[in-house]
Write a protein that binds this ligand. Structure first.
Ligand SMILES: Cc1ncc(COP(=O)(O)O)c(C=O)c1O
Length: 360
């Protein structure tokens, strides 16, 4: 949504969380009707929650300050202390949420490593505990779509639905970390309601590619939303005239899904061009949404070294491993910015590294 041909520096590809609110969001924030949301009296929050429930075809929704709190509230709602939560090994709940499922919800993570982060029932089933009195019990299965740390990969709908059906058949719920479910929907040409219909609860973020400055949503049954509503208060997440934030969230929800395809096209171009650069290994066919993760092991430099050299050239991105780098496209970096980022990577990798080539 930058409207000039001269991109704003730096070109920030660290995450899709770095977007600034659009003029329409800022206007809506300034004009928002507000009330005390702890009393349930903020009309803008109520509209956002009703609209999210409608879009997802669910009974109810709750606005929460962050995706991490949304996931934690869902985990708390579905589990008891001393139970286990199954997820993919590199799921956000397993590695980036401060072990809150253990620290606060009292649960043990049980993880499986899945190609591209896409779990299958075959990978999940062996992790489900037998119903023996001396075993901790499985309480929840969690999927992440798109999978952040696996380059924005998307669950084939049939795979996710089979997991939901089989998990339900053994009496367990399934929560979806759908921080970027709108990206998955755009990639598949399906609605978010279709993709999430079999999940017991869904968290999605307004503050990622949708571009709102703050906030995530939980959607599910009325009963589930009642439980997470009181859980949010327990964690200190009851907010007052928060319609100023919900107003931006409503604009994000209504307007941004229609332009997410541009981020995907930019990520596709980025991936195609990066894949041609000596020292980078990446399969551009695997980039189907807005996240590009590539390996720089054969460049003889670490991801940290390359990211810091790129920062000097005005391009920001982050290491996701010693030799892997993540770039995420979003509406604040346009095609011109992407082309400049590609040029900066080419120049950086062509420049002498300043140290001996190290074997990986
Ligand atoms: C897949 C996924 N889930 C959850 C979150 C947490 O969202 P937040 O940063 O709003 O807590 C993120 C954040 O990047 C994420 O990528």
């Amino acid at each position: 949504m930058t409207d000039s041909a001269v991109p704003r520096l730096p070109i920030d590809l660290r995450s899709d969380t770095v977007t600034r609110p659009t003029p329409a969001m800022r206007r809506a924030m300034a004009e928002a009707e507000v009330g005390d949301d702890v009393y349930g009296e903020d009309p803008t929050v109520n509209r956002l929650q009703a609209r999210a429930a409608e879009i997802f075809g669910r009974e109810a929704a709750l606005f929460v300050p962050s995706g991490s709190m949304g996931n934690l509230l869902a985990i708390k709602a579905w589990t008891r202390h001393g139970t286990e939560v199954i997820s993919e090994q590199r799921a956000h709940i397993a590695i980036y949420e401060m072990a809150s499922m253990s620290a606060i919800a009292g649960c043990m993570p049980r993880v499986a490593s899945a190609p591209k982060g896409i779990l299958t029932w075959e990978l999940i089933e062996p992790l489900i505990r037998p119903k023996l009195y001396y075993c901790s019990q499985t309480a929840l299965v969690e999927l992440e779509n798109t999978s952040n740390m696996h380059g924005g990969s998307v669950y084939p709908p049939a795979v996710a639905e089979e997991i939901c059906d089989r998990t339900h058949a053994v009496g367990l719920p399934v929560h979806l970390d759908g921080a970027r479910i709108f990206n998955a929907a755009v990639a598949l040409g399906r609605s978010v309601a279709e993709l999430t219909r079999k999940f017991d609860s869904v968290m999605f973020c307004l503050s990622k590619g949708l571009g709102a400055p703050v906030g995530s949503m939980l959607v599910g049954s009325r009963d589930f939303i009642e439980r997470v509503h009181s859980g949010r208060k327990l964690l200190g997440g009851g907010m007052r005239q928060v319609g100023v934030l919900a107003a931006a969230g409503l604009v994000a929800l209504e307007q941004t899904p229609a332009i997410l395809h541009v981020d995907h096209e930019n990520a596709g171009r980025l991936a195609e061009e990066l894949a041609r650069i000596p020292g980078i290994s990446l399969d551009p066919r695997e980039v189907v949404t807005n996240i590009v993760i590539f390996d720089v092991g054969s460049s003889g430099r670490t991801a940290e070294e390359i990211c810091s050299a790129l920062a000097h050239r005005g391009v920001l991105c982050g290491p996701t491993g010693k030799y892997s780098i993540r770039m995420v496209t979003h509406y604040d970096v346009d095609r011109v910015g992407v082309d400049l980022a590609i040029a900066a990577v080419k120049e950086t990798l062509a420049a002498p590294s300043g140290r001996a080539i190290s074997a990986r």
